[in-house]
Design a protein around this ligand. Structure first.
Ligand SMILES: [Zn+2]
Length: 253
């Protein structure tokens, strides 16, 4: 039995499967991992452009980087990995996706229960009065864009130096504590606090499945099964293997 089939069978046998996704799942959608060679952080120093203190002291400067990020994110469309996870949810297998991405591609692919650990790119918020604006409603002709109250707007995602939104953190922890299988896709999950999620799942007895092109600390220490392949190739293959599973593997049939 190949590893795709093994993962498919484990997913079918699971009671409450949760996916944890990161930058790697969106690379095939045209969004280079910010930390990679072609990524945003090779051009902009993350501490100078990505930290909340930098935004507060010079929002116009940080907005220069944000506009570039925005144009990359807005051009991106979901790839076969995003669609495969949406398919797993429709089949009743996957109960939630916890994503570290802010690109909204899971939702665009049709996933419903998406917990955005680092916020999202769909809206902007005033740093003073907290008024929210849909991204489409904001003009970027003048940088930084301003709230009606005159204060600079910020994206609804987490800067370095900021806490995970409490609501997202709570939901993520709840689903992770409940899961009996975690599918880690496109992330090495080494950055805290996202790194706690697979560790928490594993310590509570969940099976850890990993899809990452290269081995990570997780593959060495924690993953029960690691497929060293891109998400766009591996996830559709896992979904295809579900249909090939023998009926006895299908607990819910
Ligand atoms: Zn305001």
């Amino acid at each position: 039995m190949n590893d795709y089939q093994k993962m498919a069978d484990l997913l079918l046998q699971s009671r409450y499967a949760v996916a944890l996704t990161g930058a790697g799942i969106s690379v095939e959608s045209g969004i280079p991992d910010f930390r990679s060679e072609k990524g945003l952080w090779s051009k902009y120093d993350p501490m100078e452009y990505g930290h909340i203190d930098s935004f507060r002291s010079n929002p116009a400067k940080v907005w220069k980087m944000l506009l570039e990020m925005d144009s990359v994110l807005m051009k991106a469309v979901p790839n076969s990995a995003h669609y495969a996870l949406a398919d797993l949810e429709r089949r009743g297998i996957l109960k939630a996706i916890v994503t570290q991405n802010v690109d909204s591609l899971h939702q665009k692919a049709g996933s419903l229960n998406v917990i955005e650990f680092h916020g999202n790119n769909r809206s902007l918020r005033c740093g003073r009065c907290s008024r929210k604006y849909a991204r489409e409603s904001v003009s970027f002709e003048k940088i930084p864009p301003l709230c009606a109250c005159g204060y600079p707007l910020r994206p609804e995602f987490v800067f370095f130096g900021e806490e995970i939104p409490p609501d997202a953190y709570q939901k993520a922890m709840t689903s992770v504590q409940r899961c009996d299988l975690m599918l880690v896709v496109g992330t090495s999950a080494t950055v805290a606090p996202a790194s706690y999620l697979p560790r928490t799942a594993k310590s509570r007895g969940a099976i850890l499945l990993e899809v990452n092109p290269a081995a990570t600390e997780l593959s060495h220490r924690m993953s029960d099964l690691h497929i060293a392949e891109s998400a766009g190739k591996a996830l559709p293959a896992i979904v295809a293997a579900l249909d090939a599973s023998s009926p006895k593997q299908r607990k819910n049939v």
